[in-house]
Ligand binder design. Structure first.
Ligand code: IMP
Ligand code: MG
Length: 189
């Protein structure tokens, strides 16, 4: 995708779906959920890049149990709003997770394919526990039947941008979550 001007960039934002305030208040609750799951033993938060980097940064500061951070990269969407159906683990965590309490931090569960692959991979390494916390859940689009242990927001089948989520690598820096203006795709087709 090519963005040539600020007008063009802004025309991709159809409307705000979830405001900064709503995100902040749900993150506080998610932090409390994580604290309630563990008795104070350290947890490893594994962020699935790139989409969850902003969520992870806010979530880890809402948690009071000791936590370590790990990063994994998975790519499934490429430059389109339709899932390619191919999941690539392009970067792995450095930590050994055997016997550890692990939380996967995801931006969004859409078809469920990415999470399914990541879960399989991490399960095989025998963590003491493995939970999933996702910022967004789009249950209507599920292909692989799985659910997060904790989801901050359930959204309808709209392509969303902002707060870490992109369209063609843009819009990750928006402080809120917005619906992407899909009419733009037709403009450029
Ligand atoms: P899944 O494998 O279909 O569940 O999709 C997983 C990945 O696709 C997510 O982690 C996102 O990075 C990306 N994705 C899915 N839906 C959206 C969306 O509405 N906006 C931006 N990225 C999305
Ligand atoms: Mg993602």
């Amino acid at each position: 995708m090519e963005i040539r001007s600020k007008e063009e960039y802004l025309s991709g934002i159809r409307r705000v779906l979830i405001s900064e305030e709503e995100i902040r208040s749900e993150i506080k609750k998610a932090g409390e959920y994580i604290d309630s799951c563990y008795t104070g033993s350290p947890v490893l938060l594994v962020s699935i890049l790139k989409g969850s980097f902003i969520f992870l940064a806010d979530l880890c500061r809402a948690v009071s149990v000791p936590c370590e951070i790990g990063f994994m990269a998975a790519k499934s969407y490429y430059e389109s709003t339709q899932s390619s159906g191919i999941v690539n683990i392009t970067m792995d965590i450095q930590q050994d997770i055997e016997g550890r309490d692990v939380i996967i931090v995801e931006d969004i569960i859409d078809t469920g394919r990415t999470l399914n692959d990541v879960l399989k991979l991490l399960h095989a390494r025998k963590p003491a526990s493995l939970r999933v916390v996702t910022l967004l859940d789009k249950p209507e689009r599920r292909i692989v039947e799985l659910n997060a242990d904790y989801s901050l927001f359930t959204i309808p089948d709209h392509f969303v941008i902002g707060y870490g989520l992109d369209y063609g690598e843009f819009y990750r820096s928006l402080p809120y979550i917005a619906e992407y203006n899909t009419d733009k795709e037709n403009d450029h087709a």
